[in-house]
Design a protein around this ligand. Structure first.
Ligand code: UDP
Ligand code: MG
Length: 351
C-alpha cells in the first residue's frame, strides 16, 4: 500500500493548527478506509521558526496521535526552504505539500491520489477560481506569471505549492542544489508524467497571511533571477541601440556643420562622444553579463538530465555523472505500468 505523507510548513499558525490537524487526520482516516493509502500514512508539520505556540501545539498533537510528526527549524528560513526541508527529510512513497491555513482544498487530495495511481509522478494543484484573493493579489499574480513566461521560465499559471510528488520525483529534486529556492520553477524542470488537479482556493481559515508584500516581492524576484538570465542581456540590447543612435546623431551633427551655418562650436564634440561612450559601456556590460550568466548557471550545478526509465539490463547500479539512472536491474515494460501495484513499485525502486 502507498504510504502518504502530508508536508505542511507553518509559521505562527497557532490559530489554525488544531482545526487543520483535525481535518487532515479525518482525511487520512477516510483514505485508509477507501483503501487508497496505508494506515502508516502521516502528517508532518515543519515549524519555520514560529514565535508563537505553534511548536508546543505540534508536540501536543504528536503525543496524542503518533501519525502527526514535526520538524522544527532553527529559525525562520522562509516558506520555500521550510517546504524543502520537509520534502527532503520525511519518509513516505507519496508526499503532498500544502499550506497550514486550509486554503488548499482538501477534497483535491483524493483526486491527486487517483492521478498518482494512473501513473503521474507529480500532480499540480491549480486554482480554478481566485475569488477569495484580493483584487491586488489576483492582478499581481496574473501579471507576474505573464512576466515569468516572457522571461522563458516554465511555470504553471495559478499553481502555488499544493502538489503531490512521488518518492521518485522527490529523489530527483535532491539534485537541485540551489540556495535561492523557487520550487514552482524547479518542479516542472523535473519532467516525468505529470497531471493537474483543479481546485477552488478557500479563504484563510483563521489568522493573517504570513506572506507580507515584501516576502512576496522577494519570492517573485527569486522566480525571475533563478531561472532567467534575460535581464543580464538587456544592457547589450540597450547599449547596441544607444551606440547606433549616437553614431547617426554624430552624422547629423556633422551634416549641420558642413551644410549650414547654424552649428554651435564644441557642441557635437561634447555630446556625441557622451552618448557613444555610454552606449559602448552598456554594450560591454552586457557582454560581461553574458559571462556572469554562464558562471551563474555553472555554480548552480543543477542535474543536467534526469532519466525516467532505461531499457537495457544493467548488472550493477552506477552513478552517472551529472544525472541519475534508476537503480532497477530489470527490464521494465511500458504496459506493466498501468496497474496500480506497478505504479507504486516504481516509487520504491528508486528510493
Ligand atoms: N509560511 C512559512 N514560513 C514563512 C511564511 C509562511 O512556513 O516565512 C507558511 C505558512 O505558515 C503557510 C504557508 O507558508 O502554511 C503559506 O503562507 P500564507 O498562507 O500566509 O500565504 P498566502 O496564502 O497568504 O499567500
Ligand atoms: Mg494562505
Amino acid at each position: 500500500m502507498v504510504r502518504l505523507n502530508l508536508v505542511i510548513p507553518c509559521f505562527n499558525e497557532e490559530e489554525v493548527l488544531p482545526e487543520t490537524t483535525r481535518r487532515l487526520l479525518a482525511l487520512l482516516e477516510e483514505l485508509v478506509v477507501d483503501g487508497m493509502i496505508d494506515s502508516s500514512s502521516s502528517i508532518t508539520y515543519v515549524d519555520d521558526g514560529s514565535l508563537d505556540r505553534t511548536w508546543v501545539l505540534i508536540e501536543g498533537f504528536h503525543t496524542t496521535d503518533p501519525r502527526v510528526h514535526g520538524i522544527k527549524l532553527s529559525r525562520n528560513h522562509g516558506h520555500q526552504n521550510a517546504l524543502l526541508a520537509g520534502l527532503l527529510s520525511v519518509e513516505g512513497d507519496v508526499l503532498i505539500s500544502l499550506d497550514a491555513d486550509l486554503q488548499d482544498d482538501l477534497a483535491a487530495i483524493p483526486r491527486m491520489m487517483a492521478e498518482f495511481r494512473n501513473g503521474a509522478e507529480i500532480v499540480f494543484g491549480v486554482r480554478d477560481r481566485r475569488d477569495t484573493d484580493s483584487f491586488f493579489k489576483r492582478f499581481s499574480a496574473r501579471s507576474y506569471y505573464r512576466l515569468l513566461r516572457r522571461f522563458g521560465v516554465n511555470v504553471l499559471q495559478d499553481h502555488a505549492d499544493f502538489r503531490l510528488m512521488s518518492r521518485r520525483a522527490i529523489e530527483e529534486l535532491r539534485g537541485f542544489g540551489e540556495v535561492n529556492l523557487f520550487l514552482r520553477g524547479i518542479v516542472p524542470l523535473l519532467g516525468f508524467h505529470t497531471a493537474i488537479v483543479k481546485y477552488d482556493r478557500q479563504a484563510r481559515f483563521a489568522g493573517k497571511s504570513k506572506y507580507p508584500l515584501i516576502k512576496m516581492i522577494m519570492l517573485a524576484s527569486d522566480g525571475v533571477t533563478s531561472f532567467s538570465t534575460k535581464p543580464l542581456q538587456w544592457s547589450t540590447y540597450v547599449g547596441g541601440v544607444l551606440s547606433l543612435a549616437s553614431l547617426s546623431f554624430g552624422l547629423w551633427a556633422l551634416s549641420i556643420r558642413l551644410l549650414t551655418d547654424r552649428s554651435v562650436p564644441g557642441w557635437a564634440s561634447t555630446v556625441v562622444p557622451m552618448y557613444f561612450l555610454g552606449g559602448l559601456q552598456l554594450l560591454f556590460l552586457g557582454v560581461i553579463g553574458g559571462y556572469i550568466a554562464k558562471i551563474y548557471a555553472e555554480t548552480k550545478q543543477r542535474p543536467r538530465f534526469i532519466v525516467e526509465k532505461t531499457l537495457q539490463r544493467r548488472t550493477r547500479p552506477s552513478a552517472s555523472p551529472g544525472g541519475s539512472l534508476p537503480d532497477s536491474g530489470t527490464m521494465r515494460s511500458v504496459s506493466a505500468e498501468h496497474d496500480y501495484e506497478a505504479a507504486r513499485q516504481r516509487s520504491y525502486e528508486t528510493s
